[in-house]
Design a protein around this ligand. Sequence first.
Ligand SMILES: [Zn+2]
Length: 376
Amino acid sequence: MAVTIAGDRVLWPEQTPSRGWIRVVDGVITEVGEGRPDDPMAVTVEVITPGFIDIHCHGGGRGEFTSADDEQIERAIATHRRHGTTTMNASLVSATYDDLERQIRALIPHVDDGSLHGIHLEGPWISEHYCGAHDPKTLRAPDPDEVARILEVGEGRIAMVTIAPELPGAVDSIRRIVAAGSVAAVGHTAADADSTRAAIDAGATVATHLFNAMPPLLHRAAGPVGALLADDRVSPEIICDGIHVEPDVVDLALAAAEGRGVLITDAMAAAGAADGDYRIGNLDVQVRDGAARLASNGALAGSTLTMDKAVRRTVTLAGRSLASAAKAATATPAAVLGLDDRGSVAVGQRADLVLLDDDLEVERVMRGGDWVIRPH
Ligand SMILES: [Zn+2]
């Protein structure tokens, strides 16, 4: 299949967005150009960005990645895909070893068929003091043998693991995670700046939802936020839904971490679905006006974002440029995951594209050259 797509604003890599066109043949971008294309059959649209890459997502469309149920897993993936996410991790919350093993095994076929990039373990090796929507009964210190066993169950499909650096065994475990080819992330932590830096020196390269589930940045106590934000080796995840982090703080963080910040959804099952009563892992969650909170204590329990909404709110609420917001949803997460075949509008890249209107609402999505939402 060959198609030409033309846009008023194409989000080129490292360049101001401008009018241009993209030629796609057999799932790959084979040609790009500025101005208008020769092809009279070209699909035209206002804005073209690379496909969104979500490295932290728990579900959507009423489907949960913890469910170990193919139908729910596929529904969650399909929901986010319609909103422009063409590459994603499936995140799992803290659970017993047996539950995690079962959940990982259920996700593996969806990694192997290319629907998911990989699996993200957000626990159980996190702080009881900053556990957010994780069941405190399942939390434990990262025993390096258990870490190794779980990585073995994943057989290379565990793409990212979140760890609290202050827990006994954390630094050794981070080394093991990185040696296994996975990304180590710092999060759900009570660590001070020094133990956060030790985790980064051991190979941690991501901050799990910076600001949320960790002590704040103070001017005489940088804490994990300061240590993670200041270090060029770290990509901080940001949840920009207007609820988790105040928009001015999103702006400050993305400016401080220009080219490193990553927009995530941290979405739970209500993303792309209605308000109502849900679960995350074993805990009851109430979703009201798009805010997901634990029924027990009101703690935020993930978001109802999709990536298009995250990009839109980063522009409209946090005041970032579209180029900056889109980069944090495409090229930067591609680099975090070590993917060099996607994340940019450039020749040779996989044809993952999101076509947006002037209000940055999704019109069409192309994944690997196939339309997810077909042209009307
Ligand atoms: Zn999460």
